[in-house]
Write a protein that binds this ligand. Structure first.
Ligand SMILES: C[S@@+](CC[C@H](N)C(=O)[O-])C[C@H]1O[C@@H](n2cnc3c(N)ncnc32)[C@H](O)[C@@H]1O
Length: 237
């Protein structure tokens, strides 16, 4: 494993590295490695929307902020050359456990997604990033780094929390019902759209991970930021 986190001291990064180490110990769902059934059709399991075509064999794939033994192991089982970057040492340990168990070759790098000087430019054909940009205060450096390490014409599959998911109450029906409402049980917007520090910390729930520091990124920062880094958006789900 390469360890580079020491070169980018940042309070949010350190906080989230520790939080994800803890969540890994608690075996939360997002820290669950790929299961035996997933390996019967590894490409279909990692690419449920069918964006990657018939094969990624031989492709150089970066699984970004994707520790936990899922994306990295499935891409490697599908024949790709895989590097996985994550800030949590415990999440990366899961990638190494799965790699050893299944005899897969996976390079693990402990680093923050917004600062990747250890990765050469134009080194990847494909970057897969599960939901994780919520953990950095500024997304633009992430997109710049991805654009730098991808070859021209390479593919970036990038998942995000919507701003609304970070703005709402954590459970439907929280807070006083609106005057004149029809009595529907609904989530309510509890946080502003323009939001500069981390979101208030919460207990674990479907929309948030306990103990982490999360940042709301507006649509123009997510979609516009991807465009400003030089990408063309081919699809959006
Ligand atoms: C939702 S999990 C994604 C991994 C999981 N395999 C999945 O299937 O979704 C988010 C990951 O982002 C990582 N992370 C948080 N902040 C990060 C940062 N600044 N740089 C790199 N990874 C980060 C966490 O350690 C965690 O492994």
């Amino acid at each position: 494993m390469d360890n580079h986190e020491g070169s980018t001291p940042n309070a949010a990064h350190q906080h989230n590295a520790q939080a994800w180490d803890r969540l890994t110990g608690q075996e939360v769902e997002l820290a669950r490695p790929a299961q035996e059934a997933d390996f019967r059709a590894p490409l279909a399991a990692v690419d449920q929307d069918g964006w990657l075509g018939d094969s990624i064999r031989g492709q150089r794939v970066l699984c970004l902020a994707a520790g936990g033994g899922r994306q990295s192991a499935l891409c490697a089982a599908a024949g790709a050359q895989v590097t996985v970057v994550d800030i949590s040492g415990a999440m990366l340990a899961l990638d190494r456990v799965v790699a050893a168990r299944r005899n897969l070759e996976i390079r693990t790098v402990q680093a923050s997604m917004d600062h990747l000087p250890m990765l050469e430019s134009v080194a990847f054909d494909l970057v897969i990033q599960p939901v994780s940009t919520c953990y950095v205060p500024d997304v633009q450096p992430v997109f710049r780094e991805v654009a730098r390490v991808l070859r021209a014409g390479g593919l970036y599959i990038s998942q995000h929390k919507t701003p609304t998911s970070l703005q709402t109450t954590l459970m439907p029906g929280q807070g006083a019902p609106e005057e004149g409402s029809l009595g529907q049980v609904a989530y309510r917007l509890a946080e502003p759209y323009y939001c500069h520090g981390p979101m208030p910390e919460v207990d674990a729930c479907r929309l948030r991970e306990a103990g982490t520091l999360e940042f709301l990124h507006r649509w123009e920062e997510l979609v516009g930021g991807i465009c400003r880094a030089g990408f063309v958006v081919e699809d959006l789900l």
